[in-house]
Design a protein around this ligand. Structure first.
Ligand SMILES: [Zn+2]
Length: 313
């Protein structure tokens, strides 16, 4: 039957765009979805703005996985995304394609720009149907983030579905936040999740006051990868806490696998919040720091100074 229909029109592959600001929990959510069997026959594309990707290590079990690192697929790495999608379309033409594609964007991506790229490409239009734009929103950080980051508002505005993450770490019932989100994305369905697991939200009180956000501007946000060679764990941990506490509003996200006396640990922070470390078997040694108005040189010098190493020439 599929063969017969295929004579007329190729089956379209469904594309889900998974977006959300830095640290919203996209990889955690995706890992759980795969654990419960969702996105099984799916080609997963992971995009990391940083040169060195961390998220792909977390999704290594995926049968079909493409990594686009060192650029954001909504802007500077858009052509690379197009090439990967074209390859998937070619595979589909020979009967080797997946039924679904999931694109996990970097935290810096605007979904609307990706949707526009899809719509403008005749090959992609023939093979791919946009299924859904899912935007993850960190319930704890969102009230501040949405006010500060125009990008965060743009992401929310593009959502078909908003998933509020980390709702176990915020006072319930989140009426003000949910009404504020509804003002930014009136048509989006809003659900909740903890560690990727769907959680029911209480009934929304329409009489509550919605959160309102003032307009904000910002310096460019840049992702840096720090080389941890020679940096010992005690120095690194103290340096990280100092960095986060003194510059939390400009250090948006830290993520990396580091070597500690307890083995390889995945370290993450979002704003000033440091998340509990997670045991990992992946090789350590790199740390991604995403900040506003930060320079790699300044971060590296400060870390090496702290660790008692000579500054690089
Ligand atoms: Zn971009």
């Amino acid at each position: 039957m599929t063969l017969w229909r295929g004579l007329w029109v190729a089956d379209l592959m469904r594309l889900t765009i998974l977006a959300g600001f830095l640290g919203a929990g996209k990889t955690t959510w995706l890992r759980h979805q795969r654990h419960i069997g969702a996105f099984a026959d799916c080609h997963i594309i992971v995009n990391e703005a940083a040169d060195q990707a961390v998220d792909d290590l977390l999704l290594q079990d995926a049968a079909r996985l493409s990594l686009i690192a060192g650029g954001c697929v909504c802007c500077d790495a858009r052509d690379r995304l197009k090439r990967v999608l074209h390859q998937i379309c070619d595979a589909q033409s020979t009967g080797q394609g997946p039924s679904e594609i999931l694109l996990e964007t970097s935290g810096l991506a605007e979904p609307a720009a990706i949707v526009a790229m899809l719509a403008a490409d005749p090959i992609l239009q023939r093979h791919i149907r946009l299924q859904e734009v899912i935007v993850l929103v960190d319930a704890r950080e969102a009230p501040a983030q949405i006010g500060r980051e125009p990008l965060c508002r743009a992401q929310i505005g593009a959502a078909d579905r908003i998933i509020l993450t980390k709702i176990d770490q915020t006072p319930q019932p989140l009426h003000a936040l949910r009404l504020g989100l509804a003002a930014l994305a009136p048509a989006a369905e809003v659900t909740g999740a903890v560690q990727g697991v769907a959680v029911d939200l209480p009934l929304l009180d329409p009489k509550a006051q919605p959160l309102r956000w003032a307009q904000a501007s910002g310096e460019p946000i840049i992702a840096h990868t720090l080389d941890l060679t020679g940096v010992d764990w005690p120095s690194l941990s103290v340096w990280l806490s100092a960095l986060v506490h003194q510059h939390g509003e400009n250090i948006l996200r830290i993520k990396g696998i580091v070597d500690t006396p307890a083995g390889s640990l995945l370290l993450q922070s979002v704003g000033r919040t440091i998340q509990p470390p997670e045991q990992r078997s992946d090789p350590p040694g790199r740390l991604v720091v995403i900040g506003r108005g930060t320079s790699l040189g300044a971060l590296t010098d400060s870390l090496r100074l702290w660790a008692g190493l000579a500054a690089p020439d």
